[in-house]
Write a protein that binds this ligand. Structure first.
Ligand code: RFL
Ligand code: PHB
Length: 411
């Protein structure tokens, strides 16, 4: 390991002479997305103190529309974090999903195949519940923290500096948890020769809309059509979430609501679209699709967690669930360290987390490859996709493999 190292963010304006307000905590958590909030809440319940630094405002964080599907293990972790009450009341339990290829539909029955289910409950609501729980417990959360910089993270005295309302602050800590997402400062602070990056960028994106309309079906419908992929999802019995595969060059402004509904209807076909309730979108955004893993996930006393270390294309609904499983591993390891003076789990964090991450990467890549139209798709490729669908539809073993991965491999 390198000795004392300083890696300030490039835009940082802090000078060595500038007066810093100094404090101390056990764990500094960078990022108040689901990873950071869940980690701080779980640590708090085990008597471990943390400070969360978030670049954006609370309102901004709550305006992002993202994941919708929670694995049972994620649900259990949220219960453990004592934020499960509203999820249990308002979340929708789904015992299967529908896969559609052109006009043929195959249901993957989770209950029958693997005796389990998933929970449809939006990431925005998970985040809101966690924020409320942190507030109620008097948690230390700094929104709009600018110029966050990691200092000496490989030493015994890691520190994090940031600026808030013009004042420079510095927090000394035992550990730093990098929960700051794909575009955060933590992974970017690591010298290039210390980290290996594995990446696949897909040649398309997802255009998503949220609308106050009744969902198309009781379950999610994943559709593969020669015009491209489409997904019908939901947030409640009255709010729907729909996606269509789009070009990476597309801009949201090019997609009027009418154009979206028309394209979505074409892809799901006349039978299903006859049931479609359309209405004005209340959110519309385009997300690129990417598979990405950074190895390792530990650098001295800095731990990368969630999207800061890995990204999956959303087709398998795994991103938030992987973030939650990282949090589960790190929390247990920190509890071992603080309560039992054992360091083994912290030392094994990266290896343990990566084993599960690569399985989810594989599944998300597979499901993306199965369901999307690639620009270079030939007649041969399409027939292979259809043959794979036929196999799924006709084989309990193949359907079970999909179900097992979709509901989530064990932590
Ligand atoms: P996040 O949510 O990106 O949060 C990181 C936070 O860090 C802050 N930050 C900083 N703070 C301080 N200083 C800095 N320098 C900072 N830089 C960044 C950011 O402002 C932010 O608040 O990462 P986290 O917590 O690891 O959570 C990961 C999940 O958000 C992500 O994996 C999922 O949303 C992925 N995902 C899905 N996952 C599922 O499990 N099931 C799904 O159904 C699902 N659907 C999706 C998805 C992601 C999507 N998009 C938009 C990428 C659907 C979509 C369309
Ligand atoms: C969503 O509801 O946003 C959602 C559901 C399933 C996915 C991806 C996104 O695979």
């Amino acid at each position: 390991m390198a000795g004392l190292s300083v890696h300030p963010v490039v835009s940082g304006r802090a000078s060595a002479q500038e007066k810093r307000l100094k404090t101390r905590t056990q764990v500094v958590i960078i990022g108040a997305g689901p990873s950071g909030l869940l980690l701080s809440q779980l640590l708090h319940l085990r008597g471990i103190e943390s400070v969360v630094l978030e670049r954006q405002s609370r309102e901004y964080v709550l305006s992002r529309v993202r994941a919708g599907v929670l694995e049972q293990a994620t649900v259990a972790l949220l219960e453990q974090a004592q934020v499960g009450a509203r999820m249990r009341r308002e979340g929708l339990v789904h015992e299967g999903v529908l896969l559609q290829f052109d006009s043929r539909v195959h249901r993957i029955d989770f209950r029958d195949l693997v005796g389990s289910s998933v929970m449809v409950y939006g990431q925005t609501e998970v985040t809101r519940d966690l924020m409320n729980a942190r507030d109620a417990a008097g948690g230390q959360l700094v929104y709009e923290a600018q110029e966050v910089a990691l200092l000496d993270y490989e030493s015994e005295r890691p520190r994090v500096s940031y600026r808030k309302d013009g004042q420079l602050h510095e927090i000394e800590c035992d550990y730093i948890a990098g929960c700051d997402g794909f575009h955060g400062v933590c992974r970017a602070s690591i010298p290039a020769d210390r980290i290996a990056l594995f990446e696949r960028v897909y040649p398309f994106g997802w255009l998503g809309i949220l609308s106050r309309t009744r969902p198309l079906d009781e379950e999610l419908i994943y559709t593969s059509h020669s015009r491209g992929f489409a997904l019908a999802s939901m947030r409640s019995h009255a709010v729907s979430r729909y996606y269509v595969q789009c070009s990476l060059d597309d801009k949201v402004e090019q997609w009027s609501d009418d154009r979206f509904w028309e394209e979505f209807s074409l892809r799901v076909g006349p039978e299903i679209s006859a049931r479609l309730e359309t209405g004005p979108s209340i959110e519309k955004s385009i997300a690129p699709l990417r598979s990405f893993v950074a190895e390792p996930m530990r650098f001295g006393n800095l731990f990368l967690v969630g999207d800061a270390a890995h990204i999956v294309p959303p087709t398998g609904a795994k991103g938030l669930n992987l973030a939650a499983s990282d949090v589960g591993y790190l929390c247990r390891a920190l509890v071992d360290r603080y309560q039992h003076h054992r360091h083994e789990a912290l030392a094994a964090y990266s290896e343990t987390a990566l084993r599960r991450i690569w399985r989810a990467e594989r599944f998300s890549w597979w499901m993306t490859s199965l369901m999307h139209r690639f620009p270079e798709t030939t007649g041969f490729d399409r027939r292979v996709q259809v043959a794979e669908f036929d196999y799924l539809a006709g084989s309990r073993a193949a359907s079970t493999a999909l179900a097992e991965n979709y509901i989530g491999l064990p932590h």
